[in-house]
Design a protein around this ligand. Structure first.
Ligand code: SAM
Length: 234
């Protein structure tokens, strides 16, 4: 499969640099399966103060990120590396989930727009963005953490990025069609079988794979029903 290219538009590229270089993602980058670039909006400003924000029209608290440096970042990215899917991070959007991750994994070039302050001038969203996602119903100081979460959730779905691709098929939210993998995953245990007086369920040590898989299915459904009934309302 082709390399998946991620572009972060940010004023804090150091946050991106360290995160993407760690663990499996760092390995995927070394192997050329994933490529990451950061474009720093502050470097695209022309005024002497290198301003990336200004007061909001209509008044109110906080500052708003200027549209122009963000637009220039998008244009410069696409001039150098071609058209990309432009994704805005904002709490005012639908929540990002595994279905969205699967969809984004089909794109080879994704630009993640990280806001700061009160967010980016909304004309960027209105005229230059393909998708907007929220990480959840809470407010972060900036879009970088949300963009990095999306980067990891998406890139790990690409062929060859995970050592054992089977885990993608069985983990939480893996499939909307398949009953057992639509919701939360079953619990995992490893050695020792007895730990501080707590025992690993007997069935998992029985070697009976049919029983193990039935147990896992049942516990996963119970967990989903109890903790996240919204995932399987019926
Ligand atoms: N004024 C915004 C509001 O009330 O919805 C909050 C802005 S927040 C302080 C600054 C930036 O952090 C946002 O522009 C966005 O890029 C990012 N951000 C904050 N919370 C987020 C979330 N839950 N999901 C995605 N991005 C978020």
């Amino acid at each position: 499969m082709s390399t998946q290219v991620f572009e972060f538009v940010t004023i804090f590229p150091e946050l991106v640099r360290q995160f993407v270089a760690s663990g499996l993602m760092g390995k995927a980058i070394e192997q050329g399966r994933v490529e990451v670039h950061s474009t720093v909006t502050r470097e695209l400003t022309t005024d002497k103060h290198r301003s990336v924000d200004d007061a909001p029209f209509g008044g109110g608290a906080g500052m708003v990120m200027l549209a122009e440096p963000v637009a220039q970042a998008i244009e410069s990215i696409e001039e150098h590396r071609g058209k990309s899917l432009r994704v805005l991070l904002t709490p005012s959007a639908a929540r990002f989930d595994q279905r969205a991750a699967r969809e984004l994994a089909t794109h080879d070039h994704i630009t993640l727009l990280c806001g700061r302050y009160e967010g980016i001038d909304d004309r960027i969203r209105e005229h230059m963005v393909d998708r907007a996602y929220s990480l959840g119903d809470f407010v972060l100081n900036g879009g970088e953490v949300a963009a990095l979460a999306i980067f990891e959730a998406v890139a790990r779905l690409r062929e060859g990025v995970l050592g054992n691709p089977e885990s993608i098929e069985t983990e939480s939210f893996a499939s909307e069609e398949e009953l057992t993998h639509a919701g939360l995953e079953h619990p995992h245990y490893t050695r020792p079988a007895q730990w501080r007086g707590h025992e690993v369920p007997e069935v998992l040590r029985s070697g009976d794979h049919v029983k193990i898989s039935q147990w896992r299915e049942r516990v996963a459904l119970q967990r989903t029903h109890t903790l996240r009934p919204d995932l399987r309302p019926e």
